[in-house]
Design a protein around this ligand. Structure first.
Ligand code: PMP
Length: 416
């Protein structure tokens, strides 16, 4: 083990402040990064790695894009925290709210976890109900109420068992499983929270009119529909992915991209729900919530995303990667599944064409091919997801040649 990692583990449990980064799930040591630019992570020895994680999704422009770095530096010189009204905060809130009709009001916090926590709180306050419906394989942060992932409870120690009892689990793409929960708990369900495109069990896309049916069911039952777009928000289009999916939730949770790589979360939606925060019936505070550094980084990022053709170009790159993977997969006689939407993608080690509709479809894959792939690609100068069920990302800084080379190397390693 590298001395930097031994040193880190002496003072920080696992050696990193968030566990997946430690790369234990791929039986590797993490890259000890000195700096990052464009598509590259540069380690302390001067070795560079092509990144396909981009900080677990926020860095859609690549690492250290000039406009964002400049905006942060400029803002740092003018104050990092005002503790009062901040025009940049209003500007970013307006920008985000302008992207979808249901986004009437919005609050900023410092992480996706906080944003989901607060959204669930206003939903409970609005409905006067306690229970929350979630989906097996979904992830919404690390607070007690959402920490179990359905069939598995992640690291149960220390959690409030009462809070966890208000979680009810359904299966993604299975409306009957949600209907069943409403029937079993009449008048008790405050909200259904879902990643409209599931990005925490590899990448699983919503099928047919599943989300539409969920919308109708929530309306009928008086529960709020909350889309957790911490990953998908501004990743696939200039706004929430719900715009592409044609389904309007009551509340949307954002994170990652809207903070331009700085700590951020946001939640917003129907004014009659968000107004509870104004009436001082629901508390959500935060010393650093809506801080000027994050707002400046977010505005600079959104400025780039709003340029004509930005998402078309990312889609072109995504399609190019997909075509290359499919070509090499066929040529090498390999059989695995590749899922993609826009600039998000994942490998799933089940036969190509197998149904990928819910957690259990992903969970039955074997882990060894991915562990081998991670190691081989690391050797070849690539940083892949440090967990088999995390998706990967293309950024605006990913050149076409990288996508071609990546596809070729992935298939060469899997073939060997
Ligand atoms: N929701 C989703 C869909 C996420 O993917 C994540 C984190 N990856 C979170 C919430 C939690 O966000 P954070 O890590 O910023 O607390």
């Amino acid at each position: 083990m590298r001395p930097e990692i031994t040193r880190a583990q002496a003072v920080i449990p696992v050696g990193t402040s968030s566990p997946l980064r430690a790369c234990r799930n791929v039986e590797a040591d993490p890259i000890v990064v000195r700096e990052a630019h464009g598509q590259y992570l540069h380690d302390v020895d001067g070795t560079r790695y092509v990144d396909f994680m981009y900080g677990f999704g926020p860095l859609i422009l690549g690492h250290a894009p000039e406009v964002v770095a400049q905006a942060i530096a400029e803002q740092a010189g003018n104050g990092t925290l005002f503790g009062t009204y901040c025009p940049l905060e209003v500007e970013l809130a307006e920008r985000i709210c302008a992207t979808a009709d249901h986004l009437e009001q919005l609050r900023f916090v410092c992480s996706g976890t906080e944003a989901v926590m607060s959204a669930l709180r206003v939903a409970r306050a609005h409905t006067g109900r306690t229970n929350i419906v979630r989906f097996n394989g979904g992830y919404h942060g690390h607070f007690d109420l959402v920490q179990n992932k359905g069939e598995t409870v992640m690291r149960e120690a220390g959690l409030d068992p009462v809070a966890m009892r208000s979680n009810l689990f359904a299966d993604y793409n299975d409306i009957a499983s949600v209907e069943k929960l409403f029937a079993e708990h009449p008048g008790e369900i405050a909200a259904v929270v879902i990643e409209p495109i599931a990005c925490n069990m590899s990448l699983v896309l919503p099928e047919g009119d599943f989300l539409q049916q969920l919308r109708e069911l929530c309306t009928r039952e008086g529960a709020l529909l909350i889309f957790d777009e911490v990953i998908t928000g501004f990743r696939l289009t200039n706004g929430p992915a719900s715009n592409l999916l044609g389904v309007s939730p009551d509340l949307t949770v954002f994170g990652k991209i809207i903070g331009g790589g700085t700590p951020v979360g946001a939640y917003g939606g129907r004014a009659d729900v968000m107004r509870l925060l104004d009436e001082e019936r629901v508390l959500q505070g935060g010393t650093l919530a809506g801080n000027p550094l994050t707002m400046a980084a977010g505005l600079a990022t959104l400025g780039e995303l709003g340029k004509p053709g930005f998402y078309e170009e990312l889609e072109r790159k995504g399609a190019l990667l997909q075509a290359a993977v499919e070509r090499h997969r066929t040529a090498a006689g390999l059989d695995f599944t590749f899922t993609r939407t826009g600039s998000i993608f994942a490998f799933i080690f089940v036969p190509n064409g197998s149904p990928i509709r819910r957690k259990e479809d992903v969970a039955r894959q074997e882990h060894q091919p991915y562990t081998t792939l991670y190691a081989g690609m690391r050797e070849a100068g690539y940083h892949l997801a440090p967990d088999i069920e995390e998706p990967m990302y293309i950024s605006a800084a990913t050149p076409d040649e990288t996508l071609e080379d990546f596809a070729a190397k992935v298939c060469a390693i899997l073939a060997a």
